[in-house]
Design a protein around this ligand. Structure first.
Ligand SMILES: [Zn+2]
Length: 291
């Protein structure tokens, strides 16, 4: 699965410093889509990909029950049991608009779901599929996903146990926290922020952490992800972020503890934030706060 990205490669985009959507951003996109199409009959469903067009007449006239996420995958569930799966990778973008209206954009429209009032439009994404709801777990990406960090059913106790599991305990946190089969929905900015909040360096392996540290990593993994979803991307201490906002600091400069803050003083201990590359991605951390 997975077509190559159309415009520039992942490596190039990462070099440009783009922040790739992670679980919280995908869930927020799903919420926006749900407001436009959930609980309503889709009058029109259109795919840009030839092999999916046979599903158009099968989905048109069906009610959209809900819009779910699993990790970074988005699932649009129809009343007839069919589900549209999409994974945005770097470039996919969802937009909503009034029915019949198409936003001005140079992007390629890949999927349209339209009811009497609103349209949900997916641009640029290349990973789109139609699956049977009952068989979702057979999908090659969904089948590999670990528990979802944003799922209320995922507990810190379960994540702590997972850290001690020998499948994961020997790998660095830097690599583990990007692995969707360990915990789904975490990406690069969350990885740095979670390690900071837990007070541990990302090079460390779960098996070398104390019980208390493993528990702190598990709690931070869930708490930081959930705060980011609840605040639309603020992972910094909320009281501090509010104070910094009233001081006039731009959102991009106050939203994180350490991510993308290389050379700037740690909010807690004033040590300059370090930048390095771990598991192929940029990582930020504080030598004063992380052991
Ligand atoms: Zn610090």
């Amino acid at each position: 699965m997975g077509c190559p990205l159309r415009f520039v490669g992942r490596a190039q985009a990462l070099k440009l410093g783009w922040i790739v959507p992670e679980g919280p951003e995908i869930r927020l996109a799903a919420d926006g889509l749900a407001r436009a199409i959930a609980g309503r009959v889709a009058r029109r469903v259109e795919f840009a990909f030839e092999h999916l067009r046979p599903f158009e007449p099968i989905l048109a006239g069906e009610e959209v029950l809900r819009v779910d996420t699993r990790g970074k995958a988005l699932l649009i569930v129809f009343a007839n049991g069919l589900t549209i799966y999409s994974h945005n990778q770097l470039y996919g973008v969802w937009k909503t608009a009034r029915a019949g209206v198409r936003p001005a954009t140079r992007r390629t429209l890949r999927l349209t779901i339209e009811n009497e009032e609103r349209a949900a439009l997916l641009y640029s994404a290349s990973e789109i599929d139609v699956l049977e709801w009952a068989n979702l777990d057979a999908h090659p990406y969904l089948a590999t996903l670990g528990p979802d960090a944003l799922d209320p059913a995922t507990t810190a106790g379960a994540v702590t146990e997972r850290l001690a599991d020998r499948r994961f305990a020997n790998r660095s946190l830097a690599s583990l926290l990007l692995d969707q089969s360990f915990l789904a929905g975490i990406g690069n900015y969350l990885r740095a922020e979670i390690c900071f909040v837990a007070g541990v360096r990302a090079e460390r392996r779960p098996k070398d952490l104390s019980d208390v540290e493993r528990r702190r990593v598990a709690e931070a993994a869930l708490a930081v992800s959930r705060q980011s979803y609840a605040t639309r991307g603020i992972t910094n201490d909320l009281a501090l972020a509010t104070q910094l906002a009233s001081d006039g600091l731009a959102r991009s400069r106050r939203r994180f503890h350490v991510f993308a803050r290389a050379g700037e003083p740690c909010w807690r201990c004033e040590t300059p934030v370090q930048r390095t590359t771990l598991a192929g991605r940029r990582l930020y951390w504080c030598t004063g706060c992380q052991r």
